[in-house]
Design a protein around this ligand. Sequence first.
Ligand code: TYD
Ligand code: MG
Length: 467
Amino acid sequence: MAKAKAMFVCQSCGATTTKWQGKCDSCGEWNTMAEETPRALPKGATGGKGGSKIAFVSLKGQSAAPPRRKMGISEFDRVCGGGLVAGSAILVGGDPGIGKSTLLLQACAGLTGASCAYITGEESIDQVRLRATRLGLEGAPVHLASATNVRDVVASLENMPALDVAVIDSIQTMYADTVDSAPGTVTQVRTCAHELIQVAKRRGFALFLVGHVTKEGTLAGPRVLEHMVDTVLYFEGDRGHQFRILRAVKNRFGPTDEIGVFEMTDLGLREVTNPSALFLAERRGNVSGSCVFAGIEGTRPVLVEIQALVAPTTFGTPRRAVVGWDMGRLNMVTAVLESRCGVAMGSNDIYLNVAGGLRIQEPAADLAVAAALLSALSSEPVPAEAVVFGEIGLSGEVRAVAQRDLRLKEAGKLGFKRAWAPKPSTAPDKRSAKPTSGEIAVKDIGHVQDIVSLFGIDATERTRSGH
Ligand code: TYD
Ligand code: MG
């Protein structure tokens, strides 16, 4: 039998070479070639010979919904789909210093009647104890250890008499002595995570892996982890603000796009049960360039303020700066305003900000952005008691968006009286409760031109702005 030859495989595109190279010829990535030795198969073991049969079953069958273990932090439980599932692996990603260790320590302490292990590879036992004391959690029955060798960690988790939840803080500090590279590299992170996930599945405890995000926005190495785990949560927020948002981007046991809102206080993270009130807390009414968007994050309505500033440019190319929204989407909205309604924005600098540090991904924010821009351009405030939502199409039409009634209901709860929104789509929104439009006067917007005229921007304005 010929000896299996070593191959170098690009970890980014999968191209193979027989020699090591610093740069992959096929995709151009640097430092992605890793050596892989194919295992030599026993003679004749090709084409499925020697394999054993697997049993197939039908789709319909008896499997109960997995039992859930609550952490006592309702925002966290909801993001996980209603609690922790035994044997599942959850990746918690986020920037360093955002509050991942604090959140998980609080979650461990909130688990009642469960056996919980917290393994730290980053901090010393004393540091974790100090934090626990500061949070008033020192009496919680958490088994704390400081370790980085994954072999020791796996052996200890395997031999604990009872274990329901384990936290590894962080996966980048763990190392497997079977692998020849530094902790935090792709191979190390993947090997350690694999071993830990295996033991979690075998013993049936929920496993939290903490992962740091690098500057480019991906977890260091851990993109590889996203498909290995059952749930991926990102803990995000602006360190300048006290809000923190826990967002589910993948969940095999619950809905994705669900968010949990927290506030960082000197006594740790506090749940925010009414995020809209918090996001609107610093709003000053009757200011031009400001507009309240009634959005949906996951299953929950969230009202946020969108602020715009439009100023004549002093540069050759006008500046566009966006915080909390998509730049491409802003360019599309300004292009529609220009070419469908004749509102000239081209010679202006545009700054757009979603107040409070929230990042919005919904296209339903288009109309609110358009309203904020028009208000900034005309110095005419959007009525303080109005909310705005709707998706703008390229021909300037405003399209209906999902969960209209839920958005209006939330706005009503927070004391808003009016809404600018597209007509509901013909099929009524069955998921939401009874229509509540009675409390709120909804102005139907079918085309962007409808709101342009609300700001009194007319042909004279257009010529003044340089058309
Ligand atoms: P930490 O949980 O250590 O972040 P991570 O594990 O994501 O790196 O949180 C660190 C920050 O949180 C730190 O800057 C201090 C702040 N913090 C508070 O403001 N209040 C608190 O009660 C605690 C424990 C931390
Ligand atoms: Mg930490």
